[in-house]
Design a protein around this ligand. Structure first.
Ligand code: NMX
Ligand code: MLT
Length: 440
């Protein structure tokens, strides 16, 4: 086996034994109560999942295996001459549970380089879609076409022992992550750059190569991609993309099918598509106001207009977070370092000063603060990546790291098919009248 695979298996075996022990002694302990409102309202606040790769604190934000984003920026290995973390290192951390050395991160870079070949039929499948197809539809279609390569699907068809499921799932995860930059860049160049494609550079890291294949060879754009791919990778297990990948994987659908399902969730405007919605919203505001440098008063007026037309302010609010998203802050720091005078980036900062008190005044929005999507687009526009419909594809490439590391854990821990109980309102009414229990 490979070095990383061996280390993962060793960690997973140890965790398996520990979890069995915990469940033997404490399996009957209650970890919460469920109200009727929670069943109707998005299951908010119900703890019903175990995800090892990261944990979200409502006040502080995400920690990946215990490390905050500033800590990752300090401790994860960097590309030569670079200052931002290599996403390869974050993947190692999420998968193995230990901070990688530079050698570990470089090892993953070379494994992903080796596994990055995308068969021709994937490009042909994407080419069969009309050019006006949304990039996320092209992306998920490309991933589905790539499913022909699944080791897990082949091994399962042959009759693999359930103890060994983790092994081909691990290989699929590594293959799929390795191939995604190629697919994403292909879609970008096909849709926006005259179908003129750029060969991968075998000397570059995973995120640097994605930037290169998209046609952005500026060193600071490569740094942005390393940061972007790191901070978007995971957000514990209950978000729509992670939860969907986990749920579909629990039916033993292979990693290609599971990840594609998750990314269809990411493509929703309340989830990952919000990054395109933010820039679209700012561009529309600029157009309506006739300025690319709106004042806070003008922004406030535009926000009120958005709200009174029954729309959400994209990039603001969160189902779990209750403070400014540290992923927003990390991008703001990047902006201050690399493009402090950029007008659009400054508008994002003015929106940050304007929106929270307005949302707070509505009295119903639980978190008036910005999330990750409020900032990402403006940084991309700075480098010329203005095609905002593409932004969620970048989020999806990054999210593969977290959801596929988790899928490896799911199979290594032998987690069962996920199947919560549901009820009908009729059953609820009967229960309220004292005729039987809805949880039976
Ligand atoms: N603008 C206007 N209204 C909002 C916003 C917002 N940004 N956020 C929440 N609300 C409303 C929400 O629509 C709901 O209204 P109603 O009762 O009339 O249905 C009310 O406030 C209570 O919602 P919350 O409990 O605060 O939020 P919830 O947990 O249901 O939803 C989001 C979380 C993220 C879906 C929501 O805040 C939102 O729609 N934000 C804008 C879209 C966005 O930025 N999504 C990206 C999330 C991050 N990501 O990448 O996935
Ligand atoms: C995410 O990164 O998945 C989003 O912030 C949504 C969430 O955590 O619910």
């Amino acid at each position: 086996m490979g070095i990383i695979k061996d280390r993962f298996k060793e960690k997973a075996d140890a965790a398996n034994a520990e979890i069995k022990d915990i469940l033997k002694t404490h399996g009957n302990k209650k970890i919460g109560e469920v109200t009727l409102a929670q069943a109707y309202q998005g299951m908010r606040g119900i703890t019903g999942l175990v995800t090892e790769t990261s944990l979200l604190d409502a006040q502080e934000g995400i920690r990946f295996r215990g490390y905050s984003i500033p800590e990752l920026q300090q401790l994860l290995p960097k590309a030569p001459g670079g200052g931002e973390p290599l996403p390869e290192g974050l993947f190692y951390l999420m998968l193995v549970g230990e901070m990688p050395t530079e050698e570990d991160a470089n090892h993953i870079t070379s494994v992903w380089q080796r596994r990055s070949h995308v068969p021709n039929h994937v490009f042909q499948t994407i080419d069969a879609l009309p050019i006006n197809t949304h990039p996320m539809t092209m992306f998920v279609t490309g991933v589905m076409a790539l499913q022909t390569e699944s080791n897990f699907a082949k091994e399962y068809a042959k009759g693999i022992n359930k103890k060994d499921y983790w092994n081909p799932v691990y290989d699929d995860a590594m293959d799929l992550i390795a191939r995604l930059p190629r697919i994403a860049a292909y879609i970008y160049r096909r849709k926006y750059k005259n179908n003129e494609h750029i060969h991968p550079n075998g000397l570059l890291d995973w995120a640097g190569n994605l930037a290169h294949m998209m046609g952005y060879d500026d060193e600071s754009f490569k740094e942005l991609m390393r940061l972007y791919m790191t901070i978007h990778a995971d957000h514990e297990g209950g978000n729509v993309s992670a939860h969907t990948t986990h749920l579909v994987g629990s039916a033993l659908s292979d990693p290609y099918l599971s990840y594609a399902a998750g990314m269809n969730g990411l493509a929703g405007p309340l989830h990952g598509l919000a990054n395109q919605e933010v820039i679209k919203w700012i561009f529309e505001m600029q157009e309506q106001l006739g300025t690319d440098d709106p004042t806070k008063e003008q922004i406030a007026e535009y926000v009120q207009k958005t709200l009174s037309s029954g729309k959400v302010v994209p990039g603001y609010g969160h189902a779990v977070l209750r403070k400014t998203d540290p992923r927003f802050t990390a991008q703001m720091e990047f902006g201050k370092k690399h493009m402090a005078d950029d007008k659009l980036v400054n508008t994002v900062w003015k929106v940050y000063e304007t929106v929270p008190p307005i949302l707070e005044s509505l009295g119903k929005v639980k978190n008036p603060w910005p999330n990750v999507d409020a900032h990402s687009g403006a940084l991309l526009v700075h480098y010329g990546l203005v095609e905002y419909e593409f932004y969620t594809v970048l989020f999806a490439v990054s999210r593969a790291l977290g959801v596929l590391a988790s899928l490896c854990w799911d199979r290594a821990l032998g987690l069962p098919i996920e199947r919560p109980k549901s009820v009908t309102t009729e059953a609820v009414k009967e229960w309220l009248e004292g005729k039987g229990e809805i949880w039976e």
